[in-house]
Design a protein around this ligand. Structure first.
Ligand code: UDX
Length: 470
């Protein structure tokens, strides 16, 4: 077990309220996987004083990371990584065996993508567990950080036992709740920290890793492996349900003349409901909600305890985006006074925002990946603007043209569809942009602009659940 030693009082970023401690028990930790979760967690654990060695099988990525080049867009992460490398608390390697040998604790933060049957593909977890077992030179605690179905940590324990020779392994589950785009501050200012374990010893090591947060009164939920695994799925499913719910309410507002913004406020001020996650949009996307909600429905069915609520959330979200696709085409045709059977043919449509939400370059399950192909299929030419996600979008959306310049996207556009709430998109002054456009048609699926202002500027403006002024 690691020795306790004193490290000097360190200076903390003023925005991070975690109080500095002049003590920490420095843990040596290997982090397998340097994706969004592994890299943020590794870098932030290094920031709070631990010694982290991040492992990735991609040599080129390792070399880039050693030089401080971050392969993803995550605000603030570059500074955290550079600082930790500079202090010698963060290093990168492609040599998993060497990393495992040099630590007592190994985190697994590899991908658990959706398999073709909707389940989580656990092959990367299993491979990592086998490699850890085969490389172990002593007893280790293996912490599963990746989002996994209930039972996976026990399975990891069995794999470790089978391939790990005479060494003994403890297992812990430690789900992350990091939002992309806010991941560093979410790590440093968590609402809670959750871990599950199969032994008191494993829990004691987890206590040491997160000691500073506990000392700072961050609520700690220490539980069983199964509960910890299910907490992660439940949290994402509950949040996804809030988003699907408010999107349905926005549609109902459209149908009845009510206003969804007032509705969100009117229900969100009830503390039992809460104001967060009540913004209508083009449906939830990203790497977590779509995958985790689906995996939870399958898990529940297999446990003979089906979750009709989450099944409906999944259906509601996919119906929502399809319905919006039809709505965009109908609204464009009405605004243009087009009576052709295929009104989008030869029209140019600017899509503003390709990432699944602001402040990320991630386009996994982004609205753009559904809406742009639908428009293109109906004969429109689509130009997509995004500050960070153009390359990723080009790789998956056939025939899309992209730009990182808003004016280029708007020039000659017959309609504009707003999909992501980037600040730079929020800040568009539509009076100035009018001369660039071929037709003043704006479909705003994030409710970023005031309907009164858009009416004043004589735009044909469609938003979600907000009546246009008469
Ligand atoms: C989510 C969870 O929030 C995080 O705790 C977990 O660890 C990983 O999954 P993330 O996928 O980064 O994080 O995105 P989040 O900010 O939660 O948004 C998810 C989706 O819901 C996005 O598509 C977002 O645009 C949408 N959303 C969110 C809304 O449409 N309306 C809202 O009010 C909130």
């Amino acid at each position: 077990m690691p020795k306790r030693r004193l490290i000097p009082h360190r200076r903390w970023d003023s925005c991070l309220p975690l109080q500095p401690k002049n003590w920490v028990k420095i843990m040596k930790i290997a982090m397998i996987g340097t994706g969004y979760v592994g890299l943020v967690t590794g870098a932030c654990l290094a920031k709070i004083g631990h010694e982290i060695i991040c492992v990735d099988h991609d040599d080129t990525k390792v070399v880039a990371l050693r030089g401080g080049t971050i392969p993803i867009y995550e605000p603030g992460l570059d500074n955290v990584v550079a600082e930790a490398i500079g202090k010698g608390q963060l290093s990168f390697t492609a040599d998993l065996a060497q990393a495992v040998e040099s630590v007592d604790v190994v985190f697994i933060a590899v991908g658990t993508p959706q398999a073709s049957d909707g389940r989580s593909d656990l092959s990367q977890i299993e491979t990592a567990a086998k490699q850890i077992a085969k490389s172990a030179n002593g007893d280790k605690l293996v912490v599963v950080k990746s989002t996994v179905p209930v039972g996976t940590c026990r399975r990891v324990g069995r794999i470790l036992g089978k391939h790990g020779g005479s060494h003994s392994f403890r297992v812990a589950s430690n789900p992350e709740f990091l939002r992309e785009g806010n991941a560093v501050s979410d790590f440093m200012q968590p609402d809670r920290i959750v871990y599950g374990s199969n032994t008191a010893e494993a829990e004691a090591v987890m206590d040491e890793i997160y000691a500073q947060f506990e000392a700072d009164n961050v609520p700690m939920v220490k539980t069983t492996l199964e509960t910890s695994e299910l907490i992660k799925y439940s949290a994402n499913a509950f949040l996804a349900a809030k988003v699907a719910f408010i999107n349905e309410m926005a549609n109902l507002c459209d149908a009845t003349g009510a206003n969804v913004e007032d509705l969100s406020l009117g229900i969100g001020l009830d503390e039992r409901i809460g104001k967060a996650f009540l913004k209508p949009g083009p449906g939830y996307g990203g790497s977590c909600f779509p995958k985790d909600t689906l995996a939870l429905t399958i898990l529940a069915q297999e446990a003979d305890s089906p979750s009709r609520i989450i099944e409906s959330v999944v259906d509601s979200n996919s119906n929502h985006i399809r319905r919006l696709g039809r709505k965009i085409a109908d609204f464009c045709a009405d605004s243009w006074g087009e009576e052709r059977a295929n009104p989008l043919i030869d029209k140019r449509i600017a899509v503003l925002g390709l990432a699944f939400k602001a402040n990320t370059d991630d386009i996994r399950s982004a609205a753009s990946t559904v809406i742009a192909p639908l428009l293109i299929k109906q004969g429109a030419s689509v130009i997509g603007f995004d500050p960070e996600a153009t390359q990723a979008a080009e790789a998956v959306i056939d025939h899309i043209e992209t730009t990182t310049d808003i004016d280029t996207a708007l020039t000659g556009a017959d309609a504009v569809v707003v999909l992501t709430e980037w600040d730079v998109i929020k800040a568009i002054e539509w009076a100035e942009k009018r001369p660039l456009l071929n037709a003043p048609v704006v479909i705003d699926l994030r409710n970023l602009y005031a309907p009164e202002r858009m009416a004043e500027l004589e735009y044909h403006y469609l938003s979600l659940g907000r009546p246009n002024p008469a």
